[in-house]
Design a protein around this ligand. Sequence first.
Ligand SMILES: [Zn+2]
Length: 288
Amino acid sequence: MIRERIADDIYVFTSRRYAHVTCGAILTKEGVVLIDTLFYPDEARDVRDFIENKLGQQVRYVINTHYHADHISGTWLYPHATVISHARCRELIDTVGRKGLKLTKKQSKEFANASIVLPTLVVREGELDITVGKKTLRLLHLPGHSEDLIGIHLLEDNVLFASDTMMPLPTFFDGDFDLLQASLRKVNEMMPDTVVQGHGEVILRGELNHAIGNHIDYMNKIKDEVELLIEEGLPRDSLDQISIESCGKSRIPLNGFVVDLHVANLYCLYDQLVDAEAARPGLNGHQS
Ligand SMILES: [Zn+2]
């Protein structure tokens, strides 16, 4: 785990073991707000030990930005904290997350003590402001990477914890292409000074416009490429010919994991576009 201090009272922790996933800690006089927890128990424990033993502070709130296990698996390490998420996130943790943890426990002894924690405070629509100490955290729905994703805008510092809305490669295979583009535009319009991504390095204001433009261009490019392939009647596995570089992205970030994410994006888009075409009225003689 790599620890970085991005302000007097804000820390970002980045995993060395899983896809540079991040979590953040906001220190206040009324306790710590932890945004996500990292994935592997040893790294999640290191974060807790740093906050509780090195800093001598207690975690009062844990925010689950979305239900994906790489972000929230360490929530059980904070039994006295109030856990906050989107309402849909709570449902997904209770269903998909619960099944996933069972499987993870079978695959790895490391997770023997881990358990599912359901958030007790949920935001369903609009925004929710939480004031802790002198900090105001604005929770806002940023769907697209997944349907339940929330970002956290720390108003006094103008820091946005964007979770996986911002990562080196935009991904929507468990979410929605159009919603992700809308959420990326929303992040850009907010003009945060600092963006903590769900994976990878912190982004500063001067870099944000370019990063988001590049993400949106990438998404448009893969859509064009996949549409072309469908029009030409090429089989699904010819998607493998569409390289990440030809869509304007490098294969280097996240130790090359972005290539897997790129392929998953392509296959998801292909299936969605083929399904949409099949559902169009007028085909197969059906009108609706
Ligand atoms: Zn993630």
